[in-house]
Design a binder for this molecule. Sequence first.
Ligand SMILES: NC(=O)C1=CN([C@@H]2O[C@H](COP(=O)(O)OP(=O)(O)OC[C@H]3O[C@@H](n4cnc5c(N)ncnc54)[C@H](O)[C@@H]3O)[C@@H](O)[C@H]2O)C=CC1
Ligand SMILES: CC(=O)C(=O)O
Ligand SMILES: [Mg+2]
Length: 598
Amino acid sequence: MARFSPQQSRPVHATPFLNHSTTPSDANYDTANPAYIRKYLRTYGLTPPRSESYETQKTRCLAQLALKQTEIDKFQYLSTLRKNNVHLFYRLVTDHLRELTPLIYTPVVGEACQRWSEIYQQPEGMYLSWEDRGNLSAVIANWPQPNVEITCITDGSRILGLGDLGINGMGIPIGKLALYTACAGIRPEATLPLTLDLGTSNKTLREDPLYMGSRRDKISAEEEREFLDELMSALTERWPGIVIQFEDFKNPFPALERYRDSYTCFNDDIQGTGAVILGGVINAVKRSGLPCKDHRAVFLGAGSAGVGVAKQIVEFFMREGMTEEEARNCFYLVDTKGLVTADRGDKLADHKVYFARQDNKGQQFKTLEQVIDHVQPTILMGLSTLGGVFTPEILRKMADWNTAPIIFPLSNPSSKSECDFESAVKHTDGRCLFASGSPFPTMSFTTSAGETRTYYPGQGNNMYVFPGIGLGSILSKAVRVTDSMIYASGEALSAALTAEELERGLLYPDITRIREVSVVVTRKVMRAAMADGVDRETALRKMSDSDLDNYIKARMYDPHTEVRSLEREVGHLLSSLGSLSPLLNGTPTEEKSNGAKL
Ligand SMILES: NC(=O)C1=CN([C@@H]2O[C@H](COP(=O)(O)OP(=O)(O)OC[C@H]3O[C@@H](n4cnc5c(N)ncnc54)[C@H](O)[C@@H]3O)[C@@H](O)[C@H]2O)C=CC1
Ligand SMILES: CC(=O)C(=O)O
Ligand SMILES: [Mg+2]
């Protein structure tokens, strides 16, 4: 297995792109470009004459988006915009995070993946097949961007809660990486969406004439290991120090264990989800008024996300003074066979063993209802892919047992959420502390005591932390992603609420603040990397927090300043060549006809 040395360095930041051939988008045809840029780029005359302001571009884009009839139409429109004008796409997304994130990420990306074979239009990432083994380096060499800093890899075998979608899962790495850029300012051309075509257990897909992946059944675990070994080595060979995020693998535990000490990698479903829910739970536990030791958590779902989340909360409870044994005893995990117990009679998957109950006195609890009646939990988590399974009856029981029940239906997309926000608020008489994986609208509700107010749902989605984990790892040039870095991201998130957000009863910061929250998450991740000694950019250790924040901000791609920086760069270049005047001749101001002489 490849191990890169601390001496190896890599470009942290790519220079802004001037040349179309180095960008994934045709930003050179931006209708905002003034005449001298168009002339410099030789695109003069190839776009309508008027040099537009961003406001005008935005007005047109939003109007075009509104004309699209379905969410998939909107998804496709935005994908095409990203391809055609990457800066404009990210300007729009960062300005309209609340409205646009659901269209490029969950829930709409779920439907897009289900219909990928049908809606596919353009290459936006890399596909590597089992048949390519032995040649992965050569295939990876085809990726046109020279300075990749982060990749998100899926094999499509568990896309959100929608099952095995094979290579149709490509929407997920694309969507996640778009959020790395929008939320943490990792440059778009430094991201690599990667989908592994390792066969699919989805027979319907294999028989679909439009399916664009291999028609083989899913390869074995041993074959997957062999493939991933070669892949990890090939990726770091081309981009030493690349941050590798694993996403939506059916059983991601073995790969994480195998690579976590040798590569800068993390698993978003186990670790990112663990951290983001840690952040929400820290705040919810505070608001519940109960000390950690009095909480009992039932988790429906004992998979990668369930176990990842439970482990982070165990760590939190321990930091609050409980022993590991006491902390672990607060958790009751439920899978398809019921409560996970040590004596259930089936062979437990390795990742479940830690949480297997030993105190059930031979009694087995087969259904969620039986488990919650037995436990009377204070916390109910859903990471099961089972939409609607938190029934009104279960929610009412949670409200009977608790003043402020913590109810987190976290499965994605919205159709798989264990309950919706309205149902949770209604059946707990407005007392629940709520977060879901996919967004729900705010609502007004009148309690049985006649009090009417607005309720705000939390979005407990790893999108609040993975951008900062990625950027923190990149900027500190971390040789690996440690447990403390993951924990730090969730803890930083929990502390990021403003007084106004606390007043509104939020568990997570308002989504529109995600870029500023990502700065703090990034800083805390970097500090944890420094404390663990896995950072290679050691000069940063001496910086104060505010200097480090400024350092981070200065390195974040900002689509709003990007176009201006292109103008500045071309301006400098041309003046240094003494050739600015002919190009500037007749240069119009924005929003005027170009009309310049060539
Ligand atoms: N909010 C967020 O940020 C995240 C949400 N998720 C969501 O969590 C869900 C699960 O993801 P993973 O844990 O990675 O999947 P997984 O496949 O590893 O685990 C699913 C778990 O649900 C259990 N389950 C399935 N059907 C069940 C049934 N009928 N009764 C009881 N238990 C059942 C399985 O036994 C398994 O333990 C997905 O919907 C995913 O979208 C995952 C990661 C992040
Ligand atoms: C959000 C996410 O990573 C998932 O649902 O799998
Ligand atoms: Mg995921």
